[in-house]
Design a protein around this ligand. Structure first.
Ligand code: 9UX
Length: 68
């Protein structure tokens, strides 16, 4: 299992947190997600054989947030 931290711009409330959390958890291969709105990050535990950080970035961007 791998761990990555996504830097996400534009999250300002708990609904944003839910949107990002849900989008990431929907991806096959994502094991755990911890979204921190105050810090503008999402910490993701995942299986690299099933999902890539690029797929995570796209999933979050589809929700309307920018990912660095
Ligand atoms: Mo809250 Mo987030 O009203 O895009 S859902 S700011």
């Amino acid at each position: 299992m791998e761990q990555t931290t996504l830097k996400i711009e534009g999250m300002t409330c708990s609904h944003c947190e839910s949107a990002v959390d849900g989008a990431l958890r929907n991806l096959q291969g994502v094991q755990d997600v911890q979204v921190n709105v105050a810090k503008g990050i999402a910490e993701v535990a995942y299986n690299h054989s099933e999902v890539t950080t690029e797929s995570m970035k796209e999933a979050v961007e589809e929700q309307g947030y920018d990912v660095k």
